[in-house]
Design a protein around this ligand. Structure first.
Ligand SMILES: [Zn+2]
Ligand SMILES: [Zn+2]
Length: 84
């Protein structure tokens, strides 16, 4: 299974094309760099996991492994995770 390249930020619904800078957790929850850094402080609000830079899929590979077109937007879940 290829990584699911989601098309938008779950926090602010900003478009995140496959060649853009995006941040993901191990479950592929996807955020823009701004939200990941400023709002979420590098922690996924859904699973509490670490957000890391999403690798860019080479354009040649997108033909056979296209990015996801399913938008996921959960602004209500987009609070900074509380420190344990
Ligand atoms: Zn965002
Ligand atoms: Zn997550």
């Amino acid at each position: 299974m290829a990584l699911e390249l989601r098309p938008n930020c779950e926090c602010c619904d900003k478009d995140l094309p496959p060649d853009s800078l995006a941040m993901i957790c191990s479950f592929e929850c996807t955020y823009c760099a701004d939200c990941a850094d400023k709002t979420l402080a590098g922690i996924c609000p859904n699973c509490g996991g670490e957000l890391v830079r999403r690798p860019i899929r080479p354009a040649a590979k997108l033909a056979n492994n296209p990015a996801s077109i399913k938008r996921i937007f959960k602004a209500e879940g987009c609070q900074p995770s509380r420190a344990a």
